[in-house]
Design a binder for this molecule. Structure first.
Ligand code: HEM
Length: 124
């Protein structure tokens, strides 16, 4: 999938657009607020590294930070249904600014929804 979506360059732009949208769009305010005190550039670097390996490319996250353990790493943040929906909203908007094909966008969104569900399960 990594090659099909365009590799590093496309992932980097996707994540830059994603955080750009999250930090400016009022529809994503609560999701943005969960990042309070974080350097968004660093958050973006982590997400880029993660998506590289997750889509079948170089395992950059694993090399730099170890096993992702996403549920555990998100536990300290106030993440509920609303934040999850806002995360998906930002990602969907960012995907539309990308060169990724429509069918791959849909596939990625389904996969992102599953991760969000896993992260928000049992949280309100
Ligand atoms: C449910 C909505 C989500 C919210 C509100 C959220 C929020 C956050 C926050 C606040 C951080 C910490 C940023 C930092 O340490 O700089 C973070 C880290 C991260 N998030 Fe999310 N996230 C969400 C969903 C996701 C999803 C769906 C993925 C993957 C597909 C993801 C991947 C990551 C990764 C890889 C990190 C870095 C973890 C680390 O190294 O500490 N997140 N997220």
């Amino acid at each position: 999938m990594y090659q099909e979506l365009g590799g590093e360059e496309v992932i980097n732009k996707l994540v830059d657009d994603f955080y750009q949208i999250m930090s400016h769009d009022p529809k994503a305010r609560e999701c943005f607020e969960t990042h309070a005190g974080k350097d968004l550039k660093e958050s973006g670097e982590k997400l880029k590294a993660f998506l590289s390996g997750w889509t079948g490319g170089p395992q950059l996250y694993l090399e730099k930070y170890g096993h992702p353990r996403l549920r555990m790493r998100h536990f300290p943040f106030n993440i509920g249904k609303r934040e999850g929906e806002q995360w998906l909203y930002c990602m969907n908007e960012a995907l539309q600014l990308s060169t990724i094909s429509q069918s791959l966008q849909l596939h990625l969104m389904e996969a992102f929804k599953n991760v969000v569900q896993m992260l928000t399960e049992g949280r309100s």
